[in-house]
Design a protein around this ligand. Structure first.
Ligand SMILES: Cc1cc2nc3c(=O)[nH]c(=O)nc-3n(C[C@H](O)[C@H](O)[C@H](O)COP(=O)(O)OP(=O)(O)OC[C@H]3O[C@@H](n4cnc5c(N)ncnc54)[C@H](O)[C@@H]3O)c2cc1C
Length: 568
């Protein structure tokens, strides 16, 4: 039976020892680890089902750009033996099936509550617990609050006049309907050419009657080179899982792709071209992550490589005017998240696909029947907004999180996140942002980073329970040091100049327009991040202050004591 919050002026016993918000890759794994320890934990998920990213984004073309077998969880040998990835970069339906399979296999669903959007979380200082408010008005309390709310989970529609007047179906890609959308013969508009836009445009070009793409700024894209995984290949992958995950753990991005260790200027132009030709034909992020490291820090090296990719685009797009429009002129390759594409450039060779440059002719408004730019009016049956996310901190800003002394997290993070290790925040005790802003997973193959984060958080909580603590909080000095360190790492990267979500740019979010860098991601690479946080743990959690151990109280066996007994 659920234990109720006991009344005592200030309450002492929260309903749950731990509440996890979010049932995506992160929430599921954190839940698994705490259930293993026998901790009283529940997951609150705003959606009607589990899977996070892979539950929500159902648009055609939605798929991994991590190799499927490097994306799956690594914690269970049995799971690795059982699951057969069908494609090298598997699509959303299969990814969602996978996450459901994991949850069924480990019998985790019973700890999850769906349609439970958390609207506010307030730290109760007298009781030392968190008080959560759900969208339906219910209140829930917990000692420790773990946020697994995702870094790309707050979709941003464009700020366009008249969106509500359009009479046909229109939706952000995040809200692509679950029931089939009749696309055959339809006139469809896609606004946006980021990572999602590039996926959806490549897929829709073959499915609709007529497709018009509204592009403000092109991105540098590279071929995904997807393909099926046969039984024999899967058997080989299974036999090498140990080796594969070791390689991911060694690589800065948590992928199999490792940087080329040769110096850009140490090899001849011919050798550089040979590498690029090979990488362009290979599957996945290799073209970005197995390149020379100078690409990311040296303007000249970056310009040479960008010109190589520009030539590739020119070769693939028949109309030279369209090709030039698809080549970015305001930034170099790889300093923003590289969209991986499948026949994206070839789509523009089809007679039913049109490109509208809205930098030249901006959209004035959405009309009853379509879109009006400064140049002309277009009629559509369906409008798709591929306008991305209020990345990294958007999910946090959408919850009214209040810490010690009434301080709001959204105020504290107004100019960008300030964290300790991307997982703790001074002034917000007992709250852990699993794989949060400024942690090691935000700029890597997520699940690899998420597993590292979850393991660290689990060890931290075990430490807390073993010592009988009820309160932990990062110090201000520790989080200042960490945030400075994260900011410092941007200073050498060309990425700092990018108008992308790594720097907090989003023209559809107030205050996130260009001009102020937000230090969203840790750029030191997975191995360094892992070493740093392990060192913190090994030294008794430097930078985190714990309270005095609790003395048993007769009134009720507090949840912390129960947790303590379980992990002892
Ligand atoms: C289209 C797309 C493709 C991607 N492809 C890759 C890829 O190939 N490789 C890669 O590494 N990463 C990829 N990512 C990043 C992806 O988000 C991560 O891989 C991973 O799924 C993140 O898991 P998560 O559990 O941290 O967050 P999410 O999957 O975002 O889950 C967060 C959950 O929290 C819930 N939630 C949020 N706020 C609240 C609230 N207030 N109350 C209750 N519930 C809440 C959400 O509904 C959601 O279910 C992709 C992202 C997108 C959008």
């Amino acid at each position: 039976m659920e234990q109720q919050t006991s009344a005592r002026g200030g309450e002492t016993t929260p309903q749950h020892e731990v509440i996890i918000i979010g049932a995506g890759v992160g929430g599921i794994y954190q839940l698994y680890r705490l259930v293993q320890l026998g901790i009283d934990v529940t997951v609150l998920e705003g959606a009607a089902g589990l899977g996070g990213t892979w539950y929500h984004n159902r648009y055609p073309g939605c798929r991994f750009d991590s190799e499927s077998y490097t994306y799956g969880y690594s914690f269970s040998k049995e799971l690795l033996e059982e699951w057969h990835w069908k494609e090298r970069f598997s699509g959303q339906p299969e990814n969602l099936r996978y996450l459901n399979y994991v949850v069924e296999k480990f019998d985790l669903r019973k700890y999850m509550q769906f349609n439970c959007l958390v609207t506010s979380a307030k730290f109760d200082e007298a009781g030392t617990f968190w008080r959560l408010r759900l969208v339906d008005g219910r209140e829930m309390t917990c000692r420790f609050l773990l946020t697994a709310i995702g870094l790309l989970s707050a979709p941003t529609p464009p700020r366009l006049k008249g969106m509500e007047t359009f009479e046909g179906p229109s939706f952000h890609t995040y809200y692509w309907p679950q029931e089939p959308v009749d696309l055959a013969g339809k006139k469809v508009a896609v606004i946006g050419t980021g990572a999602t836009g590039v996926q959806v445009i490549g897929a829709l070009a073959d499915m609709v009657g007529d497709l018009t793409v509204f592009q403000r700024r092109p991105n540098w894209c590279a071929p995904l080179n997807n393909g099926p995984i046969s039984d024999a290949e899967m058997a080989d992958i299974r036999s090498r899982y140990g080796e594969i995950f070791d390689k991911c753990a060694r690589s800065p991005g948590g992928f199999e792709h490792e940087p080329d260790r040769r110096g850009f200027y140490e090899v001849s132009r011919e050798e550089r071209l040979a590498l690029w030709d090979r990488l362009y034909g290979e599957p996945g992020f290799g073209i970005w992550l197995s390149n020379f490291r100078e690409i990311f820090v040296d303007e000249k090296a970056n310009a040479e490589f960008s010109e190589y990719i520009a030539d590739r685009i020119r070769k693939r797009v028949h109309d030279p005017v369209v090709a030039e429009k698809l080549i970015p002129k305001d930034h170099g390759f790889g300093i923003q998240r590289v969209p991986m594409e499948t026949r994206y450039y070839e789509a523009y060779n089809k007679p039913n696909v049109h490109l509208v440059d809205i930098a030249e002719a901006p959209i004035e408004c959405i009309t009853r029947t379509g879109i009006r730019t400064t140049e002309r009016e277009y009629d559509f049956d369906i409008i798709v907004y591929a306008t991305g996310f209020d990345a990294i901190t958007g999910g946090y800003d959408r919850i009214d999180i209040e810490g010690v002394g009434g301080q709001k997290l959204r105020d504290k993070w107004q100019d960008g996140p300030i964290t300790y290790l991307g997982m703790q925040i001074s002034g917000f005790p007992n709250m852990v942002t699993i794989a949060g802003p400024q942690s090691g997973s935000a700029s890597t193959n997520y699940p690899r980073g998420i597993e590292v984060g979850v393991e660290w958080v689990t060890r931290l909580l075990e430490y807390v329970w073993k010592h009988g603590y009820t309160r932990m909080e990062a110090t201000r000095e520790a989080e200042e040091r960490w945030t400075d360190h994260v900011a410092q790492m941007y200073s050498t990267m060309l990425m700092r100049k990018a108008k992308g979500w790594f720097t907090g740019y989003n023209s559809n979010v107030e205050g996130h327009e260009h001009g102020r860098i937000r230090y969203f991601v840790y750029n030191g690479g997975s191995p360094k991040f892992r070493a740093t946080i392990t060192d913190v743990a090994d030294h008794g959690y430097t930078g985190i202050v714990f309270d005095e151990p609790v003395v048993p109280n007769d009134e009720a066996l507090s949840s912390v004591q129960r947790a303590h007994q379980r992990v002892s």
